[in-house]
Design a protein around this ligand. Structure first.
Ligand code: NAD
Ligand code: IPM
Ligand code: MN
Length: 343
């Protein structure tokens, strides 16, 4: 039986992860889960963010379920870089998979878009780009202060994520991939991305392709989200686009993601797109659907597609029964989803 690691993390992380575990236990009883106490509390207690010994232990799991990391009491970047990005990089989770669909019963903000008309997936590069940590600062706190942040793009890294996007598109009905970048300004990285995209596209004559600049894509994602099937893009563009995609499909509380190491050499990690939501943490009102759908992606990855489909269907029933704008209780939604998943 599979053995997963659970990093509940900060803020609403533990609240939503508890519901995801409830659902996992209901649909696939016997998945072993080990909890890892990482995040703001451990940092304050011990000064540790992610000790190497813990990283080694995490490596020995079949997958990781993560809630959210980041807390207002910890300087920005300490946990985000030191824990979350460290995991994504150490486990070579180069495919950051972020599906968005407008579910029946969910009121999206766009009057012109009906449920069923948005079903897209962003394949966000997960280990390079501006997230690589290259750059530096000089003359801090002087008038001459300079800070640089460099975007790292390797042919290997770019090509493999584009390849993943095409493989996914080939398995979908519309078989279309949109490359999103900013080739008109970021001419070095943009050229690399465009040439790698063209090379992989040539191997997939059955897949339709298009290119858009990030600014236009941000606009079209709001004005005409139905035009997208698979979107492949760089790390930072993908971060921003997937919050827009979440907003367009009913909110960040519904948006799931997988940080995937497709070769299976390292564990993949599944987490909601949202963060620790300090503004609502501790109130029991966070929507656990994003965490539960992330658990469904985890089940798929672990070879339980039927269980994943049951969880996804349960979410469909839950959302179809919601009254738009009505308040929810995290635990009650978790209980309902667990029950619906085995009904
Ligand atoms: P956020 O996603 O935590 O919150 C943005 C807004 O969305 C807030 O108003 C919040 O209440 C709401 N929201 C988020 N999840 C929700 C849910 N499940 N149900 C209902 N409402 C929800 O983003 P932020 O405020 O920019 O960041 C807060 C902290 O989280 C920061 O420390 C940030 O670095 C971190 N963060 C972590 C992750 C992650 O762990 N993957 C992702 C994003 C942000
Ligand atoms: C996300 C988050 C992270 C990211 C941060 C917290 C490092 O915003 O998962 O979308 O930028 O990838
Ligand atoms: Mn983000």
């Amino acid at each position: 039986m599979a053995h997963i690691a659970v990093v509940a993390g900060d803020g609403i992380g533990p609240e939503v992860v508890a519901q995801a575990r409830k659902v996992l236990d209901a649909v696939v009883p016997g998945i072993e889960a080990t909890e890892y106490d990482l995040g703001a509390a451990r940092y304050h207690r011990t000064g540790e963010v992610l000790p190497d010994s813990v990283l080694d232990e995490l490596a020995n799991h079949d997958a990781i379920l993560l809630g959210a990391v980041g807390d207002p009491t910890v300087p920005p970047g300490v946990l985000e870089r030191g824990l979350l990005l460290k995991l994504r990089f150490a486990f070579d989770q180069y495919v950051n998979l972020r599906p968005s669909r407008l579910w029946p019963g969910v009121a999206g903000p766009l009057a012109a878009v009906k449920p069923g008309e948005v079903d897209l997936v962003v394949v966000r590069e997960g280990t390079e780009g501006l997230y690589a940590g290259a750059g530096g600062a000089l003359h801090r706190d002087t008038p001459a202060e300079v800070a640089t942040e460099e975007s790292l793009n390797t042919r290997h890294g770019v090509e493999r994520v584009i390849r993943d996007a095409f493989a996914r598109a080939a398995r979908r009905e519309r078989r279309k991939v949109t490359l999103v970048h900013k080739t008109n300004v970021l001419t070095h990285a943009g050229s690399l991305w465009a040439r790698a995209f063209a090379a992989v596209a040539a191997e997939h004559p059955d897949v339709t392709t298009e290119y858009q600049h990030i600014d236009a894509a941000a606009m079209f994602l709001v004005t005409n989200p139905s035009r997208y099937d698979v979107v492949v893009t760089d790390n930072l563009f993908g971060d921003i686009l997937t919050d827009i995609a979440a907003a367009v499909t009913g909110g960040i509380g519904l948006a799931a993601s997988g940080c995937i190491n497709p070769e299976g050499r390292y564990p993949s990690m599944f987490e909601p797109v949202h963060g620790s939501a300090p503004d609502i943490a501790g109130q029991g009102v966070a929507d656990p659907v994003a965490a539960v759908l992330s658990a469904a992606l985890l089940l798929d990855q672990l070879g339980h597609p039927d269980a994943a489909a049951r969880v996804t269907a349960a979410v469909g029933t839950e959302l179809a029964g919601r009254t738009p704008g009505a308040p929810l209780r995290t635990e009650e939604v978790g209980d309902r989803l667990a029950a619906l998943s085995v009904a």
